[in-house]
Design a protein around this ligand. Structure first.
Ligand code: FE2
Ligand code: FE2
Length: 330
C-alpha cells in the first residue's frame, strides 16, 4: 500500500484521535504528580520519611530492584519516543511540535504522561539507597544517546502496531512489579507501580483504538503492517542501551524480567493473542489474497509463541547490575 494512502487514512482518523483526547485524557492540573508519592524535602522530618521508605523497600528482592531499574531507564528514554512518533509519515507533516493536529497533540499528551513515570521511579529508586545511581544515569544517557530502532521504518501503521503492543507490555511489566512489591512489604512502591500501570493501560487503549480505525478503513494495509511487525518480532525500546560499550546490561535486565515473571515470553504470546482477538482479525472482510494470507498467518501466531515459551529454558544465573553492592539484600 502506497504510503500516501496511509497518510490519508491517518488524516481521516484525526477526529477520532481528538475525541479520544477530550474523552479520556486528563489536563496536567488534574493528573497525579511524582511528588504526591514521595517524601517532601521541605518537611522537618524528611530524613525520617526517607528512613521509612528505605525500611519498606528493604524486603524487595535484588532481582526485582534490577527489573525496576530497567523499567525506569526505559521510561527515561522518553525524548526518543516523542521523536519516533512525530517522525512517522502522516503524523507531523507540518514539522511543528506545537501543532494542533490530532496526532501531534496526542504525541505530546502521551509523552507528557510518560515523563512522570520516569521522574517518579527515578526519585524513588534514588531515595531507596539500593541503586548505583551513577551507573543507572550512564545507562539512561547511553540509551538516549543511541536512540531507538523500533523497525517501523516511519510507517504509521507499523508505528501504531508497535505502540499497541508495547504499551500493553509495559502495563504488564509495571503491574507484575507492583504485585511483587506488595508481597515484599512495600505498599507504596506497589501503589506507584499500579498507578503507572493504569496510565500504560490508557495508552494501550488509545493505540489499540487508533489501530482499530485503521483496520476499519484499510484492512489489507493494517493486516500487512501487523504481519510485518510480528515477523520481525517486537524489539524492546531499551534494547540499544549498551551499544557502543562492553556492557551487557540490557540482556541481563531482559533475563531477570523473564526469571522473576515481570515480563516473560509467555506474556509476549499472550499479547499477540489479545491483539488478534481485540482487532477481530479473523472477522475482517473484503480482503485481497495477501490479506487472506495475513489473516491465516495471524490466526495461529500466538499458538506458536505459546509453544516456544513452554520450551524456553529457565535462566538460572542472574547478574545484579545497577545495584549498590554494599546494600544487596541477598
Ligand atoms: Fe510509561
Ligand atoms: Fe505508556
Amino acid at each position: 500500500m502506497a504510503i500516501e494512502h496511509k497518510m490519508e487514512v491517518l488524516k481521516s482518523i484525526e477526529p477520532d484521535v481528538h475525541a479520544f483526547i477530550s474523552d479520556k485524557m486528563n489536563l496536567p492540573e488534574e493528573c497525579w504528580q511524582p511528588t504526591d508519592f514521595l517524601p517532601n524535602a521541605a518537611d522537618q522530618d524528611f530524613a525520617n520519611q526517607v528512613n521509612v521508605l528505605q525500611e519498606n523497600i528493604a524486603g524487595v528482592p535484588d532481582t526485582v530492584m534490577v527489573s525496576l531499574v530497567g523499567n525506569m531507564i526505559t521510561e527515561e528514554a522518553l525524548p526518543s519516543y516523542q521523536t519516533f512518533f512525530n517522525l512517522l509519515k502522516g503524523v507531523n507533516e507540518e514539522r511543528n511540535v506545537a501543532s494542533s493536529n490530532a496526532w501531534v497533540r496526542w504525541s505530546r499528551l502521551w509523552t507528557a504522561e510518560e515523563n512522570r513515570h520516569g521522574d517518579l521511579l527515578n526519585k524513588y529508586l534514588y531515595l531507596s539507597g539500593r541503586v548505583d545511581m551513577r551507573e543507572v544515569e550512564m545507562s539512561i544517557q547511553r540509551l538516549i544517546h543511541n536512540g531507538i530502532d523500533l523497525q517501523t521504518y516511519a510507517d504509521p501503521y507499523n508505528g501504531l502496531i508497535y505502540t499497541s503492543f508495547q504499551e500493553r507490555a509495559t502495563k504488564i511489566s509495571h503491574m507484575n512489579t507492583g504485585k511483587i512489591a506488595f508481597k515484599s512489604g512495600d505498599k507504596l512502591l506497589a501503589k506507584i507501580c499500579n498507578t503507572i500501570a493504569g496510565e500504560e493501560a490508557l495508552h494501550e487503549k488509545a493505540y489499540k483504538f487508533f489501530m482499530s480505525k485503521v483496520f476499519d478503513t484499510d484492512p489489507n494495509g493494517g493486516l500487512a503492517a501487523f504481519v510485518q511487525m510480528m515477523k520481525k518480532k517486537i524489539v524492546m525500546p531499551a534494547s540499544l542501551m549498551d551499544a557502543g560499550t562492553e556492557k551487557n546490561n540490557y540482556s541481563y535486565y531482559a533475563a531477570i524480567t523473564q526469571k522473576i515473571g515481570v515480563y516473560t515470553s509467555h506474556d509476549y504470546a499472550n499479547i499477540i493473542d489479545h491483539l488478534v482477538k481485540f482487532w477481530g482479525i479473523d472477522k475482517l472482510k473484503g480482503l485481497s489474497d495477501e490479506g487472506n494470507k495475513a489473516q491465516d498467518f495471524l490466526s495461529t501466531l500466538s499458538e506458536r509463541y505459546f509453544k516456544l515459551a513452554e520450551r524456553l529454558q529457565e535462566t538460572t544465573e542472574v547478574q545484579l547490575i545497577w545495584l549498590n553492592k554494599s546494600r544487596l539484600v541477598i
